[in-house]
Design a protein. Sequence first.
Length: 575
Amino acid sequence: MLRRTRTSCSLGTIGAAMIAIVGQQSAGAQQIASFSELAIQRGIVYYTASPNNCTYSYGFGIAFVDLDNDGDPDLVTLGDLDSRRVGVFENDGTGFFVDHSTTSGIPELQRLSGVSAADYDSDGDLDLFLTRYRATNLLYRNEGAFTFTDVSAAAGIGDNGPSMGSAWGDYDGDGRLDLYVSNYSLLSIPGECYEQGVQYANLLYRNLGDGTFEDQAPALGVDFVEPAFQPIFFDYDNDSDADLYLSTDKGYSLEFNNHLFENVAGVLVDVTDASGTAANLESMGVAVGDFDGNGFQDLYCTNTPLGNPLFLNQGDGTFVESSALAGVGSFAAGWGALFFDFDNNGLLDLYVCNEWLPGQQFALNRLYVDGGFWRCPDIALGVGLTAPGQSFGLAAADIDDDGDLDLAVQNYDSNTLLFVNNEGETRNWVKFDVVGQGDNLFAIGANVKIRLGSIWYGREIFAGSSYKSQNDLKVHFGLNDATQIDEVQVVWPGGSTRSLANVAINQTFPLYPPERLGDSDGDGDIDSIDMAVFVDVLMGTDTDIDHVAVNDMNGDGFNNGADIAPFALQALSSP
C-alpha cells in the first residue's frame, strides 16, 4: 500500500507556515476561534480542586463514553472538590449535557484517580472502571438510564494499591476483554504519601466470561513493582492481536524503564530492548497513533521538561526516537497526550497537557499541527487550546456530531474544560461505528483504514489511553476536500476482515463484521424478519443506515441484485 511521505523544511518555512495556519484558522467572516471553551455553557459544571494530604496521585482521569447507546458521547470526569463526586454527564445529542452525578448510584468516593470503560460482561453497554490511589479500585456495571451497580467484589477486581491508569484489551484471544492496571510503587521515598516496605505490583486481570476475573500478571511476567503510570493495549506489529505498552516513571535511582510486550499467541514477550522503546525517563502519559503515515502505530510519551520522546514505528519491530525531527519535544512537565486530526485535513496532530510548575515559562499546553511536513509547529495559542494551569486528564470526541473532534481537559483548581472545535467542520469527514464480534461488542482493538486516491490512513480503537483517560470509541477521519472514499478496510481483533467501497462522506457509518451481514435485528440468525428488511432495503423503501450497511453483502456501497446471492448463502448457513 502506498503511504504519504514526509518532507522537512527550514525554520523560516516553519515560521511562515505557522503564521499561515493560524491566520487561516482565525480568519473568516465571523473571526471565530478554532476552539471555544464552553463547558459551563454546555452544562458541565464540575470543579476540580488541587488535592491535599496525599489523598491523590498526580491528577485525575476523564472519559468520553456513550453510556446510553444513543450514538453520542457522554462524559465521565473525576477530581471534584475533595476528590469524591464522580461526574456523570449525559449528552443530549447536540453537545449539551445533563448532570446525572447524584443519581448514578456511584457514591461519593475518596482517592479517585483514573477512569476507563468497556463492556466487561458483553451485555451491550459500556461499564466503568475507576482506579483509586491507595483505596479499593471499583468496577461499576452499567444498568441503563445512567445508573450503575458496584460489582467489584463479585468480579474479584478490587485491588487497593496506588493505582493510576488502566486499559482494556483481549490479550488471550478468547474474545473477552481483559484489564491491565498500573500501580505507582516507589518504596525508597520517605513520607506519609508512601507506605514503606509495601509492594504493589501491576495487575493483568483475565476475563473469565462469567463476570469474574483472575490476575494473570505473575504468570505472564508483567507484575512489575514499579512507579507505573499508564498502560495501553495496541497492535504495534499489525498481526491483529493486543500488544501491551507500559509508561513508567524511571524512579529516583533511574532503575525503571517503559516496557513493550509483543503478544505471541496470548503470551506477552518482552521486546523492550529489541524495539528501542525502553525510555528511561519520568514517563507519564502515552499517546498511540500512526503519526508518520507508514501504516504502523507510533508512541509518544510525556515526561519532565527534559523532553518528550516520539518513537516512530519502522514496521520491522523497531522504533526510532524522532521528537527532534518532528519538533514535538515540548520540554515541559507533561501528562495527557493525544494524536487526533483537529482540522480534518487527514493528518494526525498532537495535543499535549502540561503542568505549569513554579519558575517555568512556556509550559502551556501544546497543539502540534501536521501540515504535511515536519517540523510541526505548536499553534495552541493561536487556536485557543493553551489551557493555562496544571493539565492532566484528556479525552476527545465529536460531542455535537458536526464531524470534528472536541476535547475535554482536567485542570487543577478549575472547572472541567470543554473545548468545542469550530475548525474541522469546515472540511469533509467520516466517522465509523465499528460493530464487534463475539463478546467484544464494541470492537476494542479493531483497526480501520481508508484510502483516498493512492494514500492510506489508519486508526485503531483503544479503551484506556493518554493519561488515566479514554476517548470516544467511534473512529474519526478528516478528509480535507476529498469528496469520496475510495476504499475502507477493517480488521477485527483475531484477524477477521472486510473491504468496502463507495462509502459516503460526512456521516457516521456502521461497519459490520462478516458474520453479522444480513442479520438486521442482530439476534444471531437470518429469519423472515431479516428477509423482509433485506427486500425493503433492496427496493429502496428502507433507508435506515444500519439496515443499508448490514445488507450490503458484497461491500460495494450499493444495495442491489448483486447482494441477493450472498444474502441467500448467508441465510442458508444461519443457525
